[in-house]
Design a protein around this ligand. Structure first.
Ligand code: FIX
Ligand code: ZN
Length: 464
C-alpha cells in the first residue's frame, strides 16, 4: 500500500522531471534531449547470462603463471591423482588434523602421503575447502565417479593414461590455449635440460624466475661464478655487468616472455640492499634493453613454518610505495603485479589507474578462492574496466588446470553478468561479438597487449 504522502511526493517528482525535460528539450542552444529512462525490449537476464557463459566457456585462455613444465622436462611435469593429493595446499590442510610430527610425514612415500591426505580430508571430513573441492571437480570433469570414493580405482585410471596425450587433453578440457611456466636457472633439475636443449611444446611459454638471484645474492654469486660469470660478492660495476650478461644469456636461451620475482611484504626500493641494487643496476637495464616486463609478486612470507616445507609460506601486508616509485621512476618499463594480501588489492587498483606501465594480474594463492576472486575481480572491473588479467592458475599439477579454470570461469561469469546487467539497465546493449572481445581481453589478450605496448608512446610497438 502506498500512503497519500508518498503518492503526493511521487507526483511532484514526476512533474519536476517533466518540467526539466521540457526545459532541456526546448532550449535552442542544446542538442541534448532529456528522456525518461527507457529500456527498449530488454534482453532477458537469462539470455544475457547464457551469452556471457558462451563467451567465457568458448574463449581459450592464455594462463600467464603456472609451475607446470613442458612435457620434455619428463618427471618435472607433475600430473595424476597422487600429485594432486600431495599439493602443498592440501598438505597444509591435512596436517592440521594428522596427529603426526611433520618430519614423519615427509619420510613417507608420495603414495603414503596421498593415502593419509585422502583419508583425512575426504573420508574423515567432508572435502569442502577450495583445494579439496578442486580435486573432485577435476575427477568429475575427467569422467571419474566421485561417489565411489575409491582412491585405488582412480589411481588405476591415471596409470592407464599416456602422458603425452594427457597433456593436450587436459589443456583442451580446461579450455586453456597456452600455459606460462616458471623457469629458474637456479633449479638444478631444470637447468641441465635447458642447457642440453630440447624440442619445445608450442603450448608452453616461458618466464625467467629470479628469486634466488635477488633474494639470496651471496649464494647466487657463488653459483654464477661456478657457471663462468666473473662476479664477486660485492656489487661493483664488473659484477653487475656480469649479472646482466647472465640475464641476457638465460632470457635468450629460454626465450623468456618476462622476468619474475616474488617478494617479502617489507621489500624496499630504492634501498641499499642487494635485491634493490640488483634490480636497479641489472634487472631494469635488462628489461629496458629487451622490452621484457618485470613481474613482481609482493606479500609472501617464506618459511613461516619451515617444518611444513613448501606448505609453510605465509602472507603479509606489503608496502606498495616501492612499486609506486618503480612505476613513476621507470615509465618506459613495464611492471606486471599480483599481490598476495587481500588488503593490498584496492591500493593496487588505484596505482594501476595512475600508471599504465602497471598491469595487474591474477588472484594469487591464498586469494584464489571463489569469494576473493569475486571480490577482487569486481573491484578491478569497477576501477580498471577490462585492462587487467583477472586470473592465472598457478597450477603445479597439470590436472589442476581443469578445476582452477572451471572455478574461476564461474566466478568471472557472475561478475561480468552483474556488470553487463548494470549496463543494460541504462539502455546500453552489448553485442555477442563485444562480449567475446571483452572476455578475450581478460583471458590473455590484455596481457599480450601490455607486453607489446610501449608505455612511452601513443601506439603499440607491435600493432597486430
Ligand atoms: O612464488 C610463487 O610463484 C608461488 O605461486 C609459489 O611459490 C607457491 O608455492 C604456490 O604454488 C602458490 O600457488
Ligand atoms: Zn606461483
Amino acid at each position: 500500500m502506498i500512503d497519500s504522502t508518498a503518492l503526493t511526493l511521487q507526483v511532484r517528482i514526476s512533474e519536476a522531471i517533466l518540467g526539466i525535460a521540457l526545459i532541456v528539450h526546448c532550449a535552442p542552444s542544446s542538442d541534448i534531449t532529456f528522456r525518461m529512462p527507457e529500456r527498449s525490449a530488454p534482453r532477458r537476464a537469462g539470455d544475457l547470462s547464457r551469452q556471457i557463459e558462451r563467451a567465457v566457456q568458448a574463449t581459450q585462455i592464455d594462463d600467464i603463471h603456472t609451475h607446470l613444465y613442458d612435457p620434455a622436462f619428463g618427471d618435472l611435469l607433475l600430473w595424476g591423482i597422487d600429485d594432486l593429493l600431495v599439493y602443498h595446499y592440501l598438505v597444509a590442510e591435512a596436517l592440521r588434523y594428522l596427529p603426526l610430527p611433520f618430519n614423519r610425514f615427509w619420510q613417507l612415500s608420495k603414495t603414503q602421503q596421498a593415502d593419509l591426505i585422502w583419508e583425512q580430508l575426504f573420508l574423515q571430513h567432508s572435502p569442502i575447502s577450495e583445494s579439496c573441492r578442486g580435486i573432485l571437480t577435476t575427477l568429475n570433469a575427467l569422467g571419474l565417479d566421485t561417489r565411489k570414493r575409491d582412491l585405488n580405482s582412480i589411481r588405476r585410471w591415471f596409470a592407464a593414461r599416456k602422458p603425452a596425450r594427457h597433456v593436450d587433453e587436459v589443456l583442451d578440457l580446461a579450455g586453456v590455449n597456452t600455459v606460462c611456466m616458471t623457469n629458474s636457472p637456479f633449479d638444478d633439475l631444470e637447468r641441465p635440460i635447458w642447457e642440453r636443449g630440447f624440442r619445445r611444446h608450442p603450448r608452453f611459454k616461458t618466464a625467467l624466475r629470479i628469486d634466488p638471484l635477488l633474494l639470496d645474492w651471496p649464494r647466487s654469486a657463488q653459483r654464477l661464478s661456478e657457471w663462468g660469470y666473473q662476479v664477486s660478492r660485492t656489487l661493483n660495476a664488473k659484477t653487475l655487468g656480469e649479472v646482466r650478461r647472465f640475464l641476457e644469456d638465460w632470457g635468450t636461451r629460454i626465450n623468456a616472455g618476462f622476468l619474475m620475482v616474488s617478494l617479502p611484504p617489507n621489500f624496499a626500493f630504492p634501498a641499499r640492499t642487494a635485491a634493490a641494487i640488483l634490480i636497479e643496476k641489472a634487472v631494469l637495464p635488462h628489461c629496458g634493453d629487451t622490452g621484457r616486463p618485470f613481474a613482481l609478486m609482493p606479500g609472501v612470507k617464506r618459511g613461516v613454518n619451515p617444518g611444513l616445507r613448501l606448505a609453510g609460506d605465509g602472507v603479509g601486508l606489503s608496502t606498495l610505495a616501492p612499486l609506486e616509485y618503480l612505476c613513476a621512476t621507470y615509465p618506459q618499463h613495464k611492471f606486471a603485479v599480483t599481490a598476495l594480501a587481500r588488503e593490498n588489492q584496492h591500493e593496487l587498483c588505484v596505482l594501476a589507474r595512475k600508471f599504465r606501465n602497471l598491469h595487474l594480474f591474477g588472484c594469487w594463492w591464498f586469494t584464489n578462492t571463489p569469494s576473493l576472486i569475486g571480490e577482487i575481480t569486481r573491484m578491478r572491473t569497477e576501477l580498471l574496466g577490462l585492462s587487467f588479467t583477472p586470473q592465472h592458475s598457478d597450477s603445479r599439477v597439470l590436472d589442476q588446470l581443469i578445476y582452477k579454470w572451471r572455478h574461476s570461469r564461474t566466478v568471472i561469469h557472475q561478475v561480468l553478468l552483474e556488470k553487463y546487467q548494470d549496463l543494460e539497465d541504462t539502455g546500453w546493449k552489448v553485442t555477442e561479438a563485444e562480449l567475446r572481445r571483452d572476455v578475450q581481453a581478460l583471458f590473455g589478450g590484455e596481457f599480450a597487449r601490455f607486453c607489446n605496448f610501449n608505455p612511452q608512446s601513443d601506439v603499440p610497438n607491435n600493432p597486430s
